[in-house]
Design a protein around this ligand. Structure first.
Ligand code: PMV
Length: 315
């Protein structure tokens, strides 16, 4: 029986997380760690979902809202595309709960594989954002956008993503360090929503600053020291909206000593930081974070977004 494959990259939010949920711009890039999903028709009228963390078989007529959160987006994708007899297999290189786009890349890759089995014509991005919103109703959709398109993407909620058609800066080295603290995106988004409601004027001023930072980034993407400086400015905004903590601040302090600048990437509360560096300081940044006990790596930006089958680009 037909077996469809789709692979999608993980991501780093370079600038603008959280503020993007409230209408500001964000800039994200796809990274060279991927999720690969296969979807295959099976004889039984069952939606089976398997990954390295779970294995479940579900009747295809259950309301998706009552399905366990860990499998809900994938179940929703199969059900909404009318695929009632499918085995979905998920293999991920990405740590989950670290802000590197594991859940979005899984949604994108599952949407890509399932759409190839279905007669329904919808875009991967549309299906994956809806799937992600079954667990994060307020998701901006930014993560799914970059996991679908690859490269560097500028994103505004509920508008088509704009792929920045610029050469990826050759010397740019993104050092990612994992705090080892699992984060819960929904809780952090809710925390920021409370702050925005309680202090609307202050929050709107911070949002404007976040938006203008993104503008400065697009104007100076090849100026790596300046990008580092902008990352520091972005981090100050993230501190103000309550998503940082002592553990993350400690990592940022170490990274800032060696790189051009660093910030939390993703929802915060835990997860990862990203430091902006080049050939001259990438090693010292990586070594300092590794020596301090954090699982760290150099992330390469990849142009390759969601691909199906024999690597036909479908973004
Ligand atoms: O789940 P994470 O860590 O990739 O963060 C998602 C990014 C947020 O801006 C916090 C939420 C969103 O929907 O854009």
């Amino acid at each position: 029986m037909a077996r469809q494959v789709c692979s999608a990259p993980g991501k780093i939010i370079l600038f603008g997380e959280h503020f993007v949920v409230h209408g500001s711009k964000a800039i994200l890039c796809a990274i060279d760690k991927r999720v690969r999903v296969t979807a295959q028709r099976q004889g039984r009228n069952t939606i089976s979902i398997k990954s390295n963390m779970l294995s479940t078989k579900l009747h295809p007529n259950i309301p998706y809202r009552i399905v366990d959160k860990r499998t809900r987006p994938f179940y929703y994708i199969a059900q909404s595309l009318g695929i009632t007899n499918v085995a979905i297999n998920i293999h991920s290189d990405l740590p989950s709960g670290a802000g590197l786009g594991s859940s979005s890349a899984c949604c994108v890759a599952t949407a890509g594989a399932a759409l190839s089995l279905s007669d329904i014509k919808r875009s991967i991005l549309d299906v994956s954002i809806n799937a992600e919103r079954t667990i994060q109703p307020n998701s901006s959709g930014a993560d799914c956008a970059v996991c679908t398109h690859g490269g560097i993407v500028e994103y505004v909620k509920d508008t088509p993503p704009k792929q920045l058609r610029i050469p990826i800066p050759k010397d740019l080295k993104l050092i990612v360090a994992d705090s080892g603290i699992n984060h819960n995106t929904g809780e952090m988004v809710e925390r920021v929503r409370h702050i925005a409601q309680k202090h609307p004027k202050e929050f709107s001023a911070l949002s404007k600053k976040a938006d203008s930072l993104v503008q400065m980034v697009t104007d100076s993407i090849n100026d790596i020291p300046k990008l580092g400086h902008l990352a520091r400015s972005n981090q100050l905004l993230l501190e103000r909206i309550g998503i940082s903590n002592n553990a993350l601040r400690q990592m940022i302090q170490i990274a800032d000593r060696h790189s051009y600048g660093s910030k939390i990437t993703g929802a915060g509360g835990g997860g990862c930081i990203v430091a902006i560096s080049d050939e001259t300081n990438a090693h010292s940044t990586l070594n300092a974070l590794t020596d301090a006990g954090y699982n760290s790596f150099v992330a390469q930006i990849t142009k390759t977004g969601a691909t199906t089958g024999a690597l036909h680009k479908v973004g």
